[in-house]
Design a protein around this ligand. Structure first.
Ligand SMILES: Cc1cc2nc3c(=O)[nH]c(=O)nc-3n(C[C@H](O)[C@H](O)[C@H](O)COP(=O)(O)O)c2cc1C
Length: 244
């Protein structure tokens, strides 16, 4: 028997209060403090590499028209400046007011459930190959594990052979509780929508910088989650891109 889990999920996460907003009081002074708290992961015991944030150039309509999924990577390293611009304008903090409340992407309820982990296959210019976490507060890379990647290592993470010629991957993970504590199961919808916004930002900024990129669903998620040291339940990899 086929069960349509997507339909079931959407039915069970519909707001039936008739009020919209899943019974969230309009008066935010009535909200519990954790609904107003911004949560983000930090790795204080690891070294953080500070990134630059030079503005990408390009006409928006041209960038939208010329954006493509590329799979013919040359494996050249992304330098620190370009990676900094990419992360800042895809998912970084764009306003210092209210503790970094505004970011490059919209976020359902301003809960910011997503974390981004760059995996650098080909190191260069102050960023050795290895595993990093994008530190939203410092606009830097928390260096979790410096290590070399050969093609076989990349093949253990991503199924498509062309990914082995990429110079880096960006893995987007979700910490579900940040949205679900406020919106219940409906929070999951917001999380995927926000990830899509980041993916499009990455494509557009990459296009402006002349970096090839492709979203990739061919991901061995248990291996990725083992590498990132996340349990796949409270925090799970939900979407990845490879770039070069
Ligand atoms: C969520 C998502 C996952 C994707 N996964 C893959 C993938 O696993 N392999 C692949 O070759 N392309 C993948 N793509 C890229 C699509 O194939 C591509 O966007 C589509 O063919 C349209 O081409 P364009 O992006 O060049 O306009 C993915 C795109 C999205 C949005």
């Amino acid at each position: 028997m086929h069960i349509d889990f997507s339909g079931l999920f959407h039915q069970s996460s519909k707001d039936r209060s008739g009020e919209g907003g899943v019974n969230i009081p309009l008066d935010s002074s009535l909200w519990p403090v954790e609904w107003k708290t911004l949560f983000y992961k930090q790795y204080p015991r690891f070294k953080t590499i500070t990134l630059g944030d030079a503005r990408p150039r390009g006409d928006l309509s041209n960038l939208i028209r010329s954006r493509r999924s590329h799979r013919d990577f040359a494996g050249r390293p992304l330098n620190k400046a370009r990676l900094g611009t990419l992360l800042k304008y895809a998912c970084g903090t764009t306003s210092e007011e209210e503790n970094g409340y505004h970011r490059a992407q919209p976020s359902g309820g301003g809960r910011y459930p997503l974390e981004v982990y760059p995996i650098i296959f080909v190191g260069g210019d102050g960023i050795p190959s290895g595993l990093y976490h994008y530190n939203i507060k410092e606009h830097g890379l928390d260096a979790l594990w410096t290590r070399a990647f050969v093609k076989e290592d990349i093949a253990e993470l991503f199924t498509y052979p062309w990914a082995q010629n990429a110079s880096c991957a960006l893995v987007i993970t979700a910490v579900f509780e940040r949205n679900q504590m406020k919106y219940g199961e409906r929070g999951y919808r917001q999380i995927l929508i926000e990830a899509g916004a980041i993916v499009q930002n990455i494509y557009l900024v990459a296009t402006a910088l002349g970096i090839k990129c492709c979203a990739i669903d061919g991901v061995r998620e248990p291996e990725i989650e083992r590498l990132l040291d996340i349990d796949g339940f409270s925090e799970s990899a939900i979407c990845s891109l490879v770039l070069g």
